[in-house]
Write a protein that binds this ligand. Structure first.
Ligand code: ATP
Length: 331
């Protein structure tokens, strides 16, 4: 039997591994990076990204997201621990893994003097596995997919930031991918640009491509992702399905009443923490136990209760509960 080269064997191995939906698309174990200056950027990370998920990698600036992504993509070596992508160990498996991964890291590298279409033609020509005879069709399909067909003839330097991001995504999508890795894909975009990129991500994920995206925006992760991991200072705080993460935190108690001062007093007595008085409502962190007892106490005290309930917890509530601090990010 003919012997396989190391790269071919790796490639076959990785295909076999990822065709099994049980194999996580990304799995790290005790992954750690200490930079030369001594900075511990990523500290013992155990990350599991299920196949088919839209996975949000959430954390404030400086929490170690980009460093993790660079290790996953084989761009830097971990100090210790392991990272497996599509079933292969990185950076060793890079040659087999990277052709199956579309990445948009730190903004796309574009030639401003070339049109969007010509930029994509260049990207495609740089891929030795891309058949030149089908190049034009491939580029057109990628332009269509990201909604840039009408602007394809414009010079890239005339594109808005959102259009540049879409062009970067188009470049990542020239080949079929099992995994898309997007580092802060909406960073710097205006609200409209953000909406466009988010809906594009949802669309890309709907055909089963696993999407791993980093963000420092909690609501972005809530809107787009099925799963998330939360980082703070290089460490993983929590990971799982977004709905489960939020459900793990208790929501806020909301009492609607014209008697806000009296209501606040009764709620505090009833063990409600962080009581905040609004114009016609009082909110707070409900204590353990039956919320109906609090409602009864309000009524007994003569508070006119117009509304009483516990709002569904958000990912932000979960983050605050996990870290004991707000999700406060700069920039
Ligand atoms: N090349 C480097 N050499 C030394 N320290 C670094 C290097 N790159 C990043 N760091 C430090 O490692 C920590 C994690 O940085 P990293 O860029 O991974 O975080 P991040 O969550 O991606 O934040 P951001 O969104 O700001 O990029 C930070 O304290 C940063 O200053």
């Amino acid at each position: 039997m003919e012997e396989l080269s190391a790269a071919e064997a790796e490639s076959q191995d990785s295909r076999a591994a990822v065709s099994d939906p049980q194999v996580p698309v990304i799995a790290t174990h005790a992954l750690t990076k200490r930079y030369r200056g001594g900075q511990l950027a990523v500290d013992g990370l155990d990350l599991t990204v299920p196949a088919g998920s839209v996975f949000g990698f959430l954390g404030p600036n400086g929490s170690g997201k980009t460093t993790t992504i660079r290790m996953l993509m084989g761009l830097i070596e971990p100090t210790s621990g392991t990272a497996r992508v599509l079933g292969r160990s990185m950076p060793r498996g890079s040659r087999a893994v990277l052709p199956q991964v579309g990445a948009l890291i730190e903004g796309p590298a574009l030639y401003g003097f070339l049109s969007g279409r010509d930029n994509l033609l260049r990207y495609d020509a740089a891929d030795p596995t891309a058949d030149p005879r089908t190049r034009g069709a491939r580029v057109q399909a990628a332009l269509d997919r990201v909604g840039l067909a009408a602007a394809a003839g414009k010079k890239a330097k005339a594109y808005s930031l959102g259009m540049k991001q879409r062009l970067g995504l188009a470049a990542a999508l020239l080949q079929p991918r099992r995994l898309l890795v997007l580092d802060e894909p909406t960073n710097g975009l205006d609200p409209q640009g953000m909406r466009e990129i988010r809906s594009l991500i949802r669309e890309l994920a709907s055909d089963g491509t696993t999407v791993f995206l980093s963000s420092h925006l909690l609501d972005e992760i809530e809107q787009v992702c099925t799963h998330a991991a939360v980082m703070a200072q290089g460490r993983l705080i929590a990971q799982g399905a977004v709905a489960d993460l939020a459900a793990g935190a208790r929501g806020r108690l909301v009492v609607t009443t014209p008697d806000v001062t009296e209501a606040a007093r009764v709620l505090k007595e009833g063990g409600v923490a962080d009581v905040v008085i609004g114009e016609d409502r009082v909110t707070g962190e409900p204590p353990e136990g039956e919320p109906a007892d609090l409602n009864a106490a309000l009524v007994t005290a003569g508070v006119r209760v117009r509304g009483f309930g516990v709002e569904r917890a958000s990912l932000e509530d979960a983050f605050v509960a996990l870290t004991g601090e707000g999700f406060d990010v700069a920039g």
